[in-house]
Design a protein around this ligand. Structure first.
Ligand code: ADP
Length: 187
C-alpha cells in the first residue's frame, strides 16, 4: 500500500504520519525530515537545500526526486509506505507515478488534511517557539503558504483527476481526534 499524506504547512502531516507509522505500520518517508538531516550533517545536498528551505522555497524537483528514488525500494519492502511532503509539484507527482509503475505499484490513497489558514499560521508560530525550525519565521511561513497554493495544491486535483482515492480529513482538534478520523478513512 502506498499512501500520501497531504496538506499545507502546519496541517499536522508529520505528526499524523508518525502515528500512522506506529499504529498502522506504514513506513514514514518525510522529505522534510530527510532534508533537515542532510542540512544538519552538512552534506552537499544539505548545502544546496538549506538556504532554499530557510526562505520557505521548494528545493528543485530533480534533487527531491533523486532522494525519493534512492529510498523508495527499501521502504517498499514492508507493509506499505506513507509519503509525507512529497509529491509537492505536478512534476514530482508524475515522477512518482513513473517510479511506482516500474514495480507495478501506484498511489493507493491520499490523506488530505484540511485546516484553515489562520490556524496553520498559529500552529507554526507556536512550533517555532518550541522547536526553532529555521523556516518557521513569519516571512518564510508566508512563502511556504504561497508555494503551497501556487504549486502544491494542484497535486490534489491531479490525483482526483486520475481517480485515486482522496480522503479529505478535518485536521482541526487535538492529535488524537484527527488520528481517529485518519484511521477511519484508512479502513
Ligand atoms: P512543511 O510542510 O511544514 O512546510 P516539510 O518538513 O514538509 O514542512 O518541508 C520543509 C521544507 O523542505 C519545504 O518548505 C521545502 O523547502 C523542502 N521540501 C520538503 N519536501 C519537498 C519537496 N517534495 N519538494 C521541494 N521541496 C521540499
Amino acid at each position: 500500500m502506498i499512501g500520501v499524506i497531504f496538506g499545507p504547512p502546519g496541517s499536522g502531516k508529520g505528526t499524523q504520519a508518525t502515528r500512522i507509522e506506529k499504529e498502522l505500520h506504514l513506513k514514514h518517508l518525510s522529505t522534510g525530515d530527510i532534508l533537515r538531516a542532510e542540512v544538519a550533517k552538512g552534506t552537499p545536498i544539505g548545502e544546496k537545500a538549506g538556504r532554499l528551505m530557510a526562505a520557505g522555497d521548494l528545493v528543485p524537483d530533480a534533487l527531491i526526486v533523486d532522494i525519493v528514488r534512492a529510498r523508495l525500494p527499501q521502504a517498499e519492502t514492508g507493509a506499505g509506505v506513507l509519503l509525507d511532503g512529497f509529491p509537492r509539484t505536478l512534476a514530482q507527482a508524475r515522477a512518482l507515478d513513473a517510479m511506482l509503475s516500474e514495480e507495478g505499484h501506484r498511489v493507493d490513497v491520499v490523506i488530505a488534511l484540511v485546516v484553515p489558514e489562520a490556524t496553520l499560521v498559529d500552529r507554526i508560530l507556536h512550533r517555532a517557539a518550541v522547536e526553532g525550525r529555521a523556516d518557521d519565521t513569519r516571512q518564510a511561513i508566508a512563502e511556504r503558504m504561497h508555494e503551497y497554493h501556487t504549486l502544491t495544491a494542484a497535486v490534489l486535483e491531479y490525483y482526483k483527476g486520475k481517480g485515486v482515492r482522496v480522503e479529505e480529513i478535518d485536521g482541526m482538534g487535538d492529535i488524537d481526534a484527527v488520528f481517529a478520523r485518519v484511521k477511519q478513512a484508512l479502513r
